[in-house]
Design a protein around this ligand. Structure first.
Ligand SMILES: *Cc1c(COP(=O)(O)O)cnc(C)c1O
Length: 373
């Protein structure tokens, strides 16, 4: 059975509108920070329930600029899970800050508020900011994290790169903390045809600072008020994102219904299924199961041409660029270590058919039944 690749299938589903949008931008007078970026910022803000949106070059830049815009500076400590895309951590170092790895909760696989206490003690209460990652589209424990940060005057940044349209207690993820960072990398729930990202906030002051930072620190044209970067959202990408935004809720609903089909088909197997905490809406960017027989199951599915993957094969603290360089406390990261050894991402995106999910379920059932004989 052939599994369609997501970015291409998503383009084909929006082809007429996207082709028209690309022609419109090419033939326009404004190729940088023009009407498409402005319109997308407004429309994505409305989608997020009235947040301010500033388009930037990619999701990694969005995290870096959110940290800088919130006042995180050179040498300050920023807590972050190790079980995440490397980008979450790379952005902290790009902002000049120092990552502090914190373990995740076993159920949601997102930042564990109890583990934050350990980091707080170990650092003598010097953590300046927390980057929480809504990994796979699952909301982190925002109730406890917001309270924890508020009590200590710690800045809370949401890495919502996998959580477009997901919610916690009715609030869109990315709009709850001091700032939210989105990526529109082609594989994301809302994906461009190239790199793109955005910084989101409810407060009025931050967007202004991000607008300066994203373009050479300009306050007025050719006059830099602060040291900035070049990280602008592209007009072409903004126009493409506008074509897809209207269908995002329906695409997420489709992901959820396919996820429910997986859950139903796999419920009686010795597999840990994704967990959506009560009061949250999961975006199912990925459908990640856990099993002690991960390696064998992975090979079994690959032999049957089922595209599975590990997100991610190593905790960031085990990646060669970071290992030994960034402290993990004596307690280590036991939940992260166990999770990384057991995770497997099954195929899931809105352009899959029910038959694809049924085929994957059948193959997984065959794997576990064979082994039991
Ligand atoms: C994709 C992703 C990023 C980085 O986004 P880019 O646009 O590739 O820079 C950051 N964090 C998480 C959790 C991601 O999945």
């Amino acid at each position: 059975m052939d599994f369609p690749a997501y970015p291409l299938a998503d383009y084909l589903a929006h082809r007429v509108a996207i082709d028209e949008a690309m022609r419109r931008v090419a033939a326009s007078r404004a190729h940088i920070l023009g009407p498409e970026v402005e319109a997308f910022e407004r429309e994505f803000g409305t989608f997020l329930g009235g947040a301010h949106v500033v388009g930037v070059g990619n999701g990694t830049d969005a995290i870096e600029l959110a940290l800088r815009g919130c006042g995180v500076s050179q040498g300050q400590l920023v807590a972050v899970p190790s079980h995440t895309a490397v980008a979450s951590v790379a952005a902290i170092e790009r902002a000049g800050a120092v990552p502090v790895f914190v373990d995740v909760a076993m159920d949601t696989m997102t930042l564990d508020p109890a583990a934050l206490d350990i980091a707080w003690q170990a650092t003598g209460g010097t953590i300046k900011a927390v980057v929480v990652v809504h990994l796979y589209g699952c909301a982190a424990d925002m109730g406890r994290l917001c309270a924890w940060c508020r009590e200590r005057g710690v800045i809370l940044i949401e890495d919502a790169a996998q959580a477009h349209g997901a919610r916690w207690e009715g609030q869109p993820l990315g709009t709850i903390g001091d700032a939210g960072a989105f990526s529109f990398y082609p594989t994301k729930n809302l994906g461009a045809i190239g790199d793109a990202g955005a910084v989101v906030s409810r407060a009025a002051g931050l967007p202004h600072r991000i607008r300066e930072l994203r373009q050479y620190g300009w306050r007025d044209r050719y006059v830099s008020a602060v040291p900035g970067v070049n990280s602008r959202l592209d007009e072409l990408q903004a126009a493409i994102l506008r074509c897809k935004l209207g269908g995002l809720d329906a695409a997420n609903a489709r992901r959820r219904s396919l996820a429910a089909l997986y859950a139903e088909g796999l419920a009686d197997l010795p597999i840990t299924l994704p967990f959506a905490p009560p009061g949250t809406e999961h975006a199912f960017h990925l459908f990640v199961v856990r099993t002690e027989r991960r390696d064998a199951l992975e090979s079994f599915l690959r032999e049957r041409s089922i595209p599975v993957a590990r997100h991610y094969p190593l905790g960031v603290h085990r990646q060669p660029a970071y290992e030994g360089r960034i402290a993990t406390f004596p307690e280590g990261l036991p939940a992260t270590e166990q999770i990384v050894s057991r995770i497997l991402s099954l195929p899931l995106h809105p352009h899959l058919e029910v038959a694809h999910v049924r085929a994957v379920v059948a193959a997984i059932r065959e794997f576990f039944c064979r082994r039991e004989k």
